[in-house]
Design a protein around this ligand. Sequence first.
Ligand SMILES: Cc1cc2nc3c(=O)[nH]c(=O)nc-3n(C[C@H](O)[C@H](O)[C@H](O)COP(=O)(O)OP(=O)(O)OC[C@H]3O[C@@H](n4cnc5c(N)ncnc54)[C@H](O)[C@@H]3O)c2cc1C
Length: 510
Amino acid sequence: MDADVIIVGAGPIGLMLACELGRAGVRPLVLERQREIRDIPKAGGLSGQILELLRYRGELERFEAAGTGTGPTPAPQLPWGGMHLDFTELADPPMQVMLLPQPRLERVLDEFARELGAEIRRGHEVVGLSQDDDTVTADVRGPDGQDRVTARYLVGCDGASGQVRDMAGIAFPGITYPEVQRLAQVTVPEGVTVFDNGDIDVVGVGRISFGFTRTEHGEFAVGSTDPAFLGLYTSEEESTDYDDEEPMTLTELRDSIRRVLGVDLPLGEPTRLTRFTFHARHVERYRHGRILLAGDAAHLFPAPGVALGVGLLDTVNLGWKLAADIQGWAPVGLLDTYHDERHLAAARTLLHTQAQVALRRGYDPAAVALRELFQELVADEQPLRRIGALMAGSDICYPLPGHDRHPLIGAFAPDLAVHRDGGTTNVAELLHTARPVFVDLADRADLCDAAREWRHRIDIHSATTVDRPADALLIRPDAHIAWVGTIDEPTDTAVLTLRRALADWFGAPA
Ligand SMILES: Cc1cc2nc3c(=O)[nH]c(=O)nc-3n(C[C@H](O)[C@H](O)[C@H](O)COP(=O)(O)OP(=O)(O)OC[C@H]3O[C@@H](n4cnc5c(N)ncnc54)[C@H](O)[C@@H]3O)c2cc1C
């Protein structure tokens, strides 16, 4: 056996999985067909729940330092379904963002994964796969010719066109939308004035409103987060395919703006030019025997800004479960919960990203009315918060056993301030070890005694907190709550359900 786990693809998802496995004590082999990290502009940064997870892990500073040096900030306005969601009125906006261009993200993950013991072989393409009851075998084309490597598991993190998925025979049903989206950032050219509200005035054309303009030929948007630059976007239905390998040009953007908006817009120097199509696709199974999938290989969403976060959270869910299996202590069925939980999370993301397609596409009066109505609805706090939580992925609550008993079971652990040993800390800090954590918040000796039987697997803390949500919490390494102890339960029942949860998630007692 060459490795416990082979990861196919050293994009952000494959590299993050390598880090997660490394933190759980497994050293994977990562195979990447490209010889080096490419400077292709893709995601501009991280957003949503993955930022909270990185903070809980104590890893956020590493990512901050690789970006602009500043941490997550509340997103003021975000495009959504052909309109803008305005979070500026909320005291605690549900969506946080952190600038970190994808090539830099990949570099920091590459370095971290190597520090944690991963072996990353670049210039190695997986071209064939087979599996039996005990092993997976990958045929690899590398700089020195063809090779064959074996492992106990193989995870396809090989992106949208994922060959692993195809070679494993896993279907990827869904839709590819016919619109081509073009996205650019250019310097503000002569003849264009940017107003404080984001509108622009173009000499010879007139005023163009900030945000989205829908015409019968497609969609145009303009915005600016930096007064020196203009962000431009078009979306139009095209019958001919573009060549993915051909970089987009300024002329191509100018032509597209003319077709959509019917005007010639002067354009400054480009600092970013990309084009892409949207897909809504989701694999039926995240696992096929010893082969698993994560990231774009498993799901594609037809709206911007969410794919990376969902993929990274796949790896946070998968890493510790796969490590448990390899280390021989995984309870029966643990690895299959990866599919159950992350399929549900991607389905939630598909729900709001596909709804956005319906909202932004139409030009007829009914479609215009639908957008106007939605714009009114999202001016209210409650729907705005709800959609913000959907975008961030912070509303994901896995339907774990006992969820009907307490709403916190399955949810992301709240970052309570807790007092212990004469000092104050918080739940996030207790989770820095990336191990399961049992927190006793009510001096419950009965529960602590039961938890101590699993002390070889879990960290145990006794603390107090103001407004405690429960007597005790059992939190998994991915920060989701596996069990909750409440004061209303008879002691025997609480101890019984805790012991069952510990055994279900973390195997046999010591
Ligand atoms: C223009 C653009 C803008 C985007 N903007 C955003 C954004 O703002 N926010 C956001 O969240 N997401 C954004 N995305 C999506 C985001 O980039 C993807 O979700 C992310 O790259 C997925 O990571 P991944 O590791 O799953 O796949 P990829 O990044 O595609 O990585 C897959 C890796 O696998 C390698 N590989 C493939 N096949 C093999 C093989 N057979 N053997 C070995 N290696 C192989 C590839 O070379 C590649 O390095 C954007 C994407 C694009 C194209």
